[in-house]
Design a protein around this ligand. Sequence first.
Ligand SMILES: C[S@@+](CC[C@H](N)C(=O)[O-])C[C@H]1O[C@@H](n2cnc3c(N)ncnc32)[C@H](O)[C@@H]1O
Length: 286
Amino acid sequence: MTSLVPTPSTEVAAALLDDLRDARRGAAALPALQPDSYARDHAAFERRSDQRGLIADHLAGRLAELGDGPLSVLSVGCGDGTLDVRLAEGLVRAVPGRPVRYVGIEPWSGSAGLFTAEMAALGARELSAEVQVASFADAVVDETFDAVVFVHSIYYVADLELTLRKALALVRPGGQLWVLNAPRAALNALVDVLAPPLDDHRQWFSSDVAEAFHATGIVLDEISTLDALVELAPAGDDVLDFAVQARLTPELRRPVRAYLDAVSVPGADGEPHVPHPVDVFVATRL
Ligand SMILES: C[S@@+](CC[C@H](N)C(=O)[O-])C[C@H]1O[C@@H](n2cnc3c(N)ncnc32)[C@H](O)[C@@H]1O
């Protein structure tokens, strides 16, 4: 059971976060992460976490259950397709001969190109994959899908409620909308303090997504959490910057590392790991 009594390390973490907040108060925003290095740094970050595997396992089985006929998936903010390729491969393998249509939406053309190339490299006859280079708000989609999936991408949309409504409208009746997003837990408390604002809004975390679902009246079938861990102590500066979603200055790196150390828990190998949970929201289109 979780203890509600503050431990010395949670008090240290809170004090370090306050210090960082004080240091940033009134300062110019830190530089944002750049699109050309984003996918590379993201991949390096994910290699230090067990979250990708947990997401892939969780999604693969559920998507495969959406039927044994032709299956279509829309992945919004698909990035370089690392996760989607794994899911597509699993779907093709789950029911041999079943046609699988996989569509990505991704604003950064470099990542979108990698998505298409990786899907093609699977060499699966049953799989057709394409990507639209656009933000979700600008994307024009004139078909519906068995599943519409956002994995770690809804943080960046300008309007959550509009996004959820548009996304559900792209799900065929009986199909599902999946939104996987991080809570504002220990790791993302840093993002809140350090990341520059995105087009006039901060990054949306799970509580914002839950409120937006509620405001739209979309009924959720499931809200669950996958408890992952990420090992950041040995990580280089680029991974650290990805973790806080900003290019840190050299002076900020030491207190950020001290904070991450304070919020760490022992992993299976006994080494310190930062909790890296992801929340899963699922709604069925009626
Ligand atoms: C953290 S990455 C996740 C990529 C992929 N879904 C995965 O899990 O590996 C977030 C992705 O969302 C994309 N993105 C940012 N703003 C977006 C928007 N307005 N609409 C759609 N995608 C967006 C980014 O370019 C990036 O590829």
